[in-house]
Design a protein around this ligand. Sequence first.
Ligand SMILES: Cc1cc2nc3c(=O)[nH]c(=O)nc-3n(C[C@H](O)[C@H](O)[C@H](O)COP(=O)(O)OP(=O)(O)OC[C@H]3O[C@@H](n4cnc5c(N)ncnc54)[C@H](O)[C@@H]3O)c2cc1C
Length: 397
Amino acid sequence: MNPSALSPDQLDLQARARELAAGPVAERAAEVDRTEQYPWDTVELLKDAKLIGMTIPKQFGGQGKGWLDAVLAIEALSSACAVTGRIAVETNMGAISAVMAYGSEEQKKMAADMVLAGDKPAICITEPDAGSDANGMTTRADKRGNRYVLNGRKHWITGGGVSRLHLIFAKVYDEKGTFEGIGGFLAIRDETKGLKITKREPTMGLRGIPEAVIDLEDMDVPPSSLVIPPRGLKKGFADLMTAYNSQRVGAATVALGIADGAYQLALDWSEKRHQFGRPINEFQGLQWKLADMSIKLSASRALVYNAARSGEGGFPDMLMAAQAKVFTSESAIQIVNEALQFFGARGYSRELPLERMARDVRMFTIGGGTAEVLRNVVAGALLKKKLPQTRDGWDKA
Ligand SMILES: Cc1cc2nc3c(=O)[nH]c(=O)nc-3n(C[C@H](O)[C@H](O)[C@H](O)COP(=O)(O)OP(=O)(O)OC[C@H]3O[C@@H](n4cnc5c(N)ncnc54)[C@H](O)[C@@H]3O)c2cc1C
């Protein structure tokens, strides 16, 4: 992007994030991947650099920054370490942004305090039998007296086991057993009774953040833990999912950052590596690869930045966020794969970051809405039609 389109504050933020990425974040990236340990030391660095919770409004201790500010930081961090980029996503977007937009004053204060202290909230939607079809979730919250009791299983929950704050989605039933809508409940690991982390998934990449199964066994919470958007519980899931558009832009940004990091490595290596008595970038076969990679990067960056900008004062536009995530995630996989090819055998070694980047980047056409399902979102928005996917044509919720 033309740097003149960024404000002086944004250029400063980008420079700070790039410095951190090139220094301590890059130094730790391979070890974080190898040890599969959540990088608490990096979280401290992000806190010190004020890159955590920056989108939280000032009255709750944050900086009130916009989505594009967060995107600039996430892109820079992800070019060195995708795990660090994801921590920046989930402490600025997704669950925290849903609470800051729709929570009660008490909920906002609690969530903001936890994130600013370094907690990465977990958002719990997916279940073993309800992935793309999130409305098909079976986790239920039953009203019993002045409490809600939740039962069900969530899986592939990012941060399960390290996150403290959880936003857990469940079908809500009143005391008579009547379905009221899908609601999001706040719960705190190790404090809320019945919230259990029962398995860590052995993942292909992004190994520094656990993906976990969470079992809710008579999880007991007061009604004040329910986040209720202005249109009420009936439209609660749809409204809370608008906040998810910020997370989709964040996920696209991590993919963009990984791809940019891999591209820069390939560009640099193409000058250093000589074969047949000349730098390999003198071969047209590789020049065209570099050209294609840079075209995809520029197009991805434009989509991501525009989607981020569309959310000023609210959440990013659903169509723009979906377009950005589909294109960027698919392009990033191609770019990283090509970058690895530039290194020949060396690219296949765990001594270089390319193989880690190739594993990390593969996730982004899956998590946060698959590329196929997001194409349905794009088509639905273009055609201005609800495109139900069930056989009888109606959502089960
Ligand atoms: C690393 C990682 C982190 C994640 N983090 C979280 C998290 O923090 N919280 C959370 O709640 N979830 C999380 N997820 C889950 C993620 O959101 C789901 O994996 C995703 O929504 C897809 O669901 P599924 O895996 O059950 O695939 P399925 O829904 O079973 O899909 C299988 C295949 O069918 C395709 N498909 C399904 N329906 C359609 C359709 N209507 N049209 C066309 N194709 C279709 C899909 O695109 C896919 O290719 C994470 C996943 C990963 C990999």
